[in-house]
Design a protein around this ligand. Structure first.
Ligand code: 1GP
Length: 227
């Protein structure tokens, strides 16, 4: 079993976007700690299987971030289950997860499930709009982090700025609240200096869109974080 608590850097690949086989090879061999497959729009089983079969040629751990019940498949090392803490609708916090467990609970390997308390902070992000989020201020975010750590005892607290670079001062403040819950930061990391900045505070940084926009700079974020 992989020690996911030691991860510092992960790439997130979107089954709805494309990269060349050569780029995928480079990502898998980049030295990143894990590759997450996940997205918001048009996540299909075929898209997920295509990516998984490519990543599986390498030893890098492979995670499915579950966004739709239709695209769940065996074969991943871990299944990340988001719960959107700042959604206005209980559906995104509890009900979809409930439905999934009701349907698949009998054959789930619970050790592979990792629940993430998400706070989505970019109102332009598709996930923010889809899950009907409310924009929290920094005191709200701190309180969500405290709930993740002390009330829900979640393995991961995920500060999500998907598509835009976030506020390092907020990430720093949140980190001070977390001891057992791992702090994941994702959003707008395109190059080394941003990776270095967020990695000072977050336990794990996630690089997604950068791979589809500035591939070479995105690959360099690994070296920026893991020396
Ligand atoms: C998205 O947090 C990840 O879920 C990464 O964000 O795509 O902006 O890098 P970016």
């Amino acid at each position: 079993m992989y020690n996911r608590k030691a991860w510092k850097h992960v790439f997130k690949l979107d089954p709805n976007k494309s990269l060349t086989d050569q780029q995928l090879d480079q990502i898998c061999q980049s030295g990143t700690d894990a590759i997450i497959v996940g997205g918001t729009d048009n996540v299909t089983l075929d898209g997920v299987l295509d990516l998984m079969s490519h990543i599986r040629r390498y030893t890098v751990p492979c995670v499915l971030e579950v966004s739709t019940l239709d695209a769940i498949t065996p074969g991943f090392d871990f299944y990340h289950i988001p719960m959107v803490l700042n959604s206005r609708e209980k559906k995104w916090m509890m009900d979809i997860q409930h439905q999934a467990v009701k349907e698949y609970g009998h054959f789930l390997n619970w050790d592979e499930l990792v629940t993430e308390g998400y706070v989505i902070l970019n109102p332009d992000a598709k996930a923010y709009q889809l899950t009907n989020c409310r924009l929290p201020d920094s005191d709200d975010v701190i309180a969500y982090a405290q709930m993740a750590e002390h009330m829900f005892k979640l393995p991961i607290f995920y500060i999500e700025y998907s598509g835009t670079y976030g506020d390092p001062a907020l990430v720093k403040k949140v980190k001070q609240e977390l001891q057992h819950t791992q702090l994941v930061y994702g959003g707008g990391i395109k190059h080394r200096s941003q990776a270095e900045e967020m990695a000072q505070y977050a336990d794990v940084i996630v690089v997604g869109n950068g791979l589809y926009e500035q591939f070479d700079e995105a690959i360099e974020t690994v070296a920026a974080v893991k020396h």
